[in-house]
Design a protein. Sequence first.
Length: 138
Amino acid sequence: MLLNNLVMKRILIPFFVIISLVLVFNSCNKDSEIETPDFYGSWTVLQFDDLGQQFNVELKFNEDNSYDWILLDTVEGHISSHAEFTISENIMSITNDPDCSSIGEYYLTVEGKKLAVIAKTDGCDPRAKALEWVWKKK
């Protein structure tokens, strides 16, 4: 009986330790995984500038991690643009933009058919004015 208890302890204790570790690591991974919002595709918004001009814009997020900011109306002083970005959790970092030399960071939040783009940091004011809107899914 004593031998049987020793064998059980030698088997059960490591077994419970391993199971406990698996459960701890598994629950930690689930807590740390934050899904990236489904923002790829086309979004539209009616924008206005400092001169009071109103114009429709499409923001198209491409799966190669680039975006196209497309003017849908003819507006004096504005042109369509293209840039590349990286994404980490819900933060988009614009890394390659021919119109702006600095990196810009934006929070992306999708709720239903709306996308909020909110500047975290960006030294390029025209880009921030172009992106920082609540967009509707096209």
